[in-house]
Design a protein around this ligand. Structure first.
Ligand code: PLP
Length: 398
């Protein structure tokens, strides 16, 4: 019999979603008529933008035509999409088409990138965090080389560069779950840390489209020197409602280096090799759909969706604050990080919201030990549901 990868069993995190589902089922049994407001989901609530849907349909039709057969595409993505991204998102930052790698989303790449790095590297992971970074690192046998970077209320939940040396650091801004976005000056500190420690920042930019504050950069590459110390991971998932379609991209500069036997080695050709080996790319229609996001109508429609989610976030955050609650995020992000009243634990407060208000949240403890005492609300919902949630929350607020 083959031996199993023992590292799977080192993942100690409480897996919260099955517990949430079980509690929800129990409530439905007890109160079959209850109208539940789901503010737990980190998934889009609005339909696909018409311009994107049209482009995907057209591309599929094209594939029916015997004179334009599309088989395997390039592993790094079609040039038309790489070009569109380089032009629309990075022209002012000097990133070229070849430095943009298309994939089926951030999760695949942010996990796959670890293939490029020796397993002795020390990896910094924020707490609370998007759990994928930690779990994937552990599955890859890196548990003993993880360093926790606490994000605390006294720092507005911003991760701070540690005293210790890390080789790789997973950073996410605007962050999931706290909704907190790093300003230029905070990111400059991280870039300076990486330069000093010769570290690389693995920068998850999944929520870039939600940034509205002028002090928050839309790309880490807006910070001088970042191309030599950072890899940026982006996605159409939340930007354009692609969670069910799957398309994202990773930006890795040709000038980014790591070490081999004391010599500098460029990572760009290694990532290219890795993608060519482990991926056969993203389907042609989906890449055409992603390209359509950058058209005038694509931008108008997808931005309108983001504005709608941000409006719900504002309603929820302002409403909570007016009721005397403390919360963070919800300005440059669809997530609101809500401090539980009266010192309740994340699960205790989750239960109150579920049983008394029929609202689903996500317990902060599921994102790390420093998430204990908070819950996350998602603004991926409709205006009427956000208002209804506040009405119900009022009944439990003193
Ligand atoms: N990164 C963060 C911080 C997320 O919150 C999510 C999804 O919720 C992802 C990545 C997943 O992105 P994708 O759909 O591109 O795999």
């Amino acid at each position: 019999m083959p031996k199993v990868n023992r590292h799977f069993f080192e993942i100690k995190r409480e897996y919260i979603f099955p517990v949430i589902d079980r509690k929800l089922e129990e409530l439905k049994q007890k109160m079959p008529q209850a109208e539940i407001v789901n503010l737990g989901v980190g998934d889009v609530a609005l339909p696909l933008a018409p311009t994107v849907a049209h482009a995907i349909r057209e591309a599929t039709r094209e594939m029916e035509n015997p004179s334009s057969v599309h088989g395997y595409g390039p592993s790094e993505g079609y040039d038309f999409l790489r070009e569109a991204i380089a032009k629309h998102e990075y022209a002012h930052l000097g990133i070229s088409r070849e430095e943009v790698f298309i994939s089926d989303g951030i999760n695949s790449d942010i996990v796959g990138i670890l293939d490029l790095f020796d397993e002795t590297n020390r990896i910094g992971i924020t707490d609370p965090t998007y759990p994928v970074y930690r779990d994937a690192s552990i599955m890859g046998g890196r548990a003993k080389n993880l360093l926790s970077l606490p994000c605390l209320e006294k720092n507005g939940f911003a991760p701070m560069p540690p005293e210790e040396k890390c080789d790789l650091i997973f950073l996410c801004s605007p962050q999931n779950p706290t909704g907190v976005a790093l300003t230029s000056s905070q990111l400059k500190e991280w870039v300076a840390y990486a330069q000093k420690q010769k570290a690389i920042l693995l920068y998850d930019n999944a929520y870039a489209a939600f940034i509205t504050s002028p002090t928050v950069p839309k790309s880490i590459f807006e910070i001088e020197g970042a191309k030599e110390v950072a890899i940026e991971f982006c996605s159409f998932s939340k930007t354009a409602g692609f969670t069910g379609l799957r398309c994202g991209y990773t930006v890795l500069s040709k000038s980014l280096m790591a070490q081999l036997d004391g010599k500098n080695v460029p990572l760009h050709p290694l990532w290219s090799k890795r993608q060519n080996t482990k991926s056969n790319g993203v389907s042609y229609p989906i890449q055409r759909g992603a390209e359509a996001v950058f058209t005038e109508s694509g931008q108008r429609e997808t931005r309108a969706q983001i504005s709608s989610y941000l409006a719900q976030a504002k309603t929820l955050r302002n409403g909570l604050e007016q009721l005397g609650h403390s919360c963070w995020g919800g300005k440059d992000s669809p997530y609101i990080w809500w401090k539980n009243p009266n010192g309740l634990s994340s699960w205790e407060f989750f239960d109150i919201l579920l049983n008394k208000c029929q609202i689903i949240s996500v317990p902060g403890s599921g994102f790390g030990q420093h998430g204990e005492g908070y819950v996350r609300l998602s603004a991926f919902t409709t205006p009427d549901k956000a208002k209804e949630a506040l009405k119900r929350i009022k009944t439990i607020s003193t």
